[in-house]
Design a protein around this ligand. Structure first.
Ligand code: F6R
Length: 264
C-alpha cells in the first residue's frame, strides 16, 4: 500500500486532486468513482478551481458514486445526489447524464443494485475510485462484518455511522438507516483507489487499514489486496501508525526515482 503522509487537510486535498487531474489528462474519458462525506469536499473544490483555470475538462468523464441513502430522492438536501450536484457537478463541465449515484428512491432497490453493477461494467469499469473512511473502518457504506467480496447492495448502517452522520440532519428530520452501497468487491475492481483521511478521529481506522490484519472487522483493510491503492492522509490521521518514518522514506525514494526517470 502506498501511504502518503502530508501536513494537513489542505495538502491532502491538493495531492488527491492532482492524482485525479493527471488521470483525466491521461484518459479524458475516465470513469471516476466518487465519494461524499466531509473529507472529499476540499478535493472537489480543487477540481473546480482546476476546471475554472482551464487546467482540466470533465467533458468526456463519467462517474459512479459509492453510495446513497435508501429512501431519499435526489432532490432531498441530504441525499448524496444532491450533495454531488452542489459540491462538484454543478460547477464543472461534466455531462450530468454521465454521472451516476445509486437511486435512493428506487421502487425495487434490489434490482437497482444489480443494474448499478451492470452499468459500471458497461462503462468498462471504474478507472479511479475516491474513498473516505469511517471511524469504524467502513468504505462506502460497507460497515464492519461486510463480506470482503460484496457487490452493490442494500446495507443497514451501524449506530456509529448513523450518529456520525446525524450532524447533517436537522433534529426532527428523518434520517435513513439503510443505504445502497457499492460492495467491497466492487471497489476492489476499480483500477486505482485513492483513499483520503484527515484528522485524529480517523487514526485508529487508518492504523487498522494499513497495519492491521485483513479482516471484515475493518472493511478498508481489504484494500491491502489491491494492486494500485494510495492512502493520502494527514499527520493527525497517521498518528497511530507504527511505521510512519518508513512510509515517508518510501515516498521520498519513490519521488527521487520518478524524478530521475522524468516521470510523474
Ligand atoms: C461517503 C462514504 C463514506 C465516507 C465516510 C467518511 O460516500 O462512502 O464511507 O467516506 O463515512 O465520511 P467523512 O469524510 O464525512 O468523515
Amino acid at each position: 500500500m502506498k501511504v502518503v503522509i502530508l501536513k494537513d487537510a489542505a495538502e491532502v486535498a491538493k495531492y488527491g486532486a492532482d492524482i485525479f487531474i493527471k488521470q483525466i489528462k491521461r484518459k479524458p474519458d475516465s470513469v471516476l468513482g466518487l465519494a461524499t462525506g466531509s473529507t472529499p469536499v476540499a478535493l472537489y473544490k480543487e477540481l473546480i478551481a482546476a476546471y475554472q483555470s482551464g487546467r482540466v475538462s470533465f467533458k468526456n468523464v463519467s462517474s459512479f458514486n459509492l453510495d446513497e441513502y435508501l429512501g431519499l430522492t435526489g432532490t432531498h438536501p441530504q441525499s448524496y445526489r444532491y450533495f454531488m450536484n452542489q459540491q462538484l457537478f454543478d460547477h464543472i463541465d461534466i455531462e450530468k447524464s454521465q454521472t451516476a449515484v445509486p437511486p435512493g428512491d428506487a421502487e425495487d432497490p434490489f434490482s437497482a443494485c444489480e443494474q448499478y453493477e451492470h452499468n459500471i461494467k458497461q462503462k468498462g469499469g471504474i478507472d479511479i475510485q475516491l474513498l473516505g473512511i469511517g471511524r469504524n473502518g467502513h468504505i462506502g457504506f460497507n460497515e464492519p462484518s461486510s463480506s470482503l467480496m460484496s457487490r452493490t447492495r442494500v446495507k443497514t448502517l451501524t449506530r456509529a455511522t448513523i450518529d456520525d452522520n446525524a450532524r447533517f440532519f436537522g433534529p426532527d428530520e428523518y434520517q435513513p438507516h439503510l443505504s445502497i452501497t457499492m460492495g467491497i468487491g466492487t471497489i476492489l475492481e476499480s483500477k486505482k483507489v485513492v483513499l483520503l483521511a484527515t484528522g485524529a478521529n480517523k487514526a485508529e481506522a487508518i492504523k487498522a487499514t494499513v497495519e492491521g490484519p485483513l479482516t471484515a472487522a475493518c472493511p478498508a483493510s481489504a484494500l491491502q489486496m489491491h494492486e494500485h491503492v494510495v492512502l493520502v492522509i494527514d499527520e493527525a490521521a497517521a498518528s497511530q501508525l507504527a511505521d510512519v518514518d518508513f512510509y515517508k522514506h518510501i515516498e521520498m525514494e519513490n519521488q527521487k526515482l520518478l524524478e530521475r526517470l522524468g516521470r510523474d
